[in-house]
Design a protein around this ligand. Structure first.
Ligand code: GLN
Length: 261
């Protein structure tokens, strides 16, 4: 039985807003077509043989989770660049997307060098961009959920994934969302993004199957439920930029709360 190896980057530290659901979607859409899937967790400090990897997925994370993973990711940068050059399909969501850019600055000003696979720079800030998001893209309409403070600016000539129809996208002002370098796709769309966007999921799978086995088409699946979910999400009102408020509670109120226990 033909099989694909999917590398899941830092599943402990970069996996928010249901992003693990993207890996589950890739596995199930392979199995429903008679293929086998093997998921390879990539954890900091653990050696990984990327030469046998057919598809790479990275999810989103808090600034802190990104800081934990950034050093290890940088060490794997040369291998990941080679894989991009070799046409390996990748999907990087939010926190991972930011780290695959040239540089990322956290919302409290800590600077993190990125891989430079996307020619982009991201700066975190006091306002979070939250809510359902709809794009127009080469894969048609894409629907997801975004929650990020990072504002990503693409260098001139860096291809975007799509154009924002509803939502904030890369930075709330350029009208662009995501980035594409070769078969590597970066996006702010959580949700998870793949269950509601089967065209994108199958694009990643077919790219990997074509590269590994010369497969030229995938048997169509009944995506009625997936598309209904996408329509519901797309119909929900867009969120709004939320200003970060310090989450501390005044000490006297904490003391009073403790006394009342
Ligand atoms: N910590 C990053 C930001 O706030 C990424 C967030 C995420 O992955 N959802 O922009």
């Amino acid at each position: 039985m033909r099989s694909l190896r999917i590398a899941h980057l830092y599943p402990r530290d970069l996996n928010v807003y249901g992003d693990l659901g993207n890996v589950i979607t890739l596995v199930k859409r392979l199995e429903w077509r008679g293929y086998r899937a093997e998921v390879l967790p990539v954890e900091a400090g653990r050696p990984v043989d990327f030469s046998s990897v057919d598809l790479v997925f990275g999810g989103g994370g808090q600034d802190s989770g990104q800081l934990v993973s950034a050093g290890d990711l940088l060490e794997r940068g040369p291998e990941l660049h080679r894989m991009v050059d070799d046409g390996v399909p990748m999907l990087l969501v939010c926190g991972s997307y930011q780290l695959f850019g040239r540089e990322f600055t956290t919302s409290d000003g800590r600077h993190v060098p990125g891989l430079g696979i996307f020619r982009s720079a991201t700066v975190g800030g006091p306002h979070r961009m939250i809510g359902n998001i709809v794009l127009e893209s080469p894969f048609g309409r894409l629907v997801g959920f975004e929650n990020h403070s990072g504002r990503t600016v693409l260098d001139p000539g860096q291809e975007a994934l799509g154009t924002v129809v509803q939502g904030f996208g890369n930075n709330g002002s350029s009208g662009e969302e995501g980035a594409v370098t070769g078969n590597a796709i970066g996006t702010y769309l959580h949700g998870p993004v793949l269950p509601k966007n089967p065209v994108l999921a199958d694009h990643l799978l077919l790219t990997a199957l074509r590269r590994r086995y010369g497969v030229e088409e995938l048997r169509p699946l009944n995506d009625e439920l997936e598309l209904r979910a996408a329509n519901v999400a797309a119909s929900r009102p867009q969120g709004r930029a939320a200003t970060l408020r310090p989450r501390h509670r005044p000490l006297h109120r904490i003391v009073a709360a403790l006394r009342s226990l």
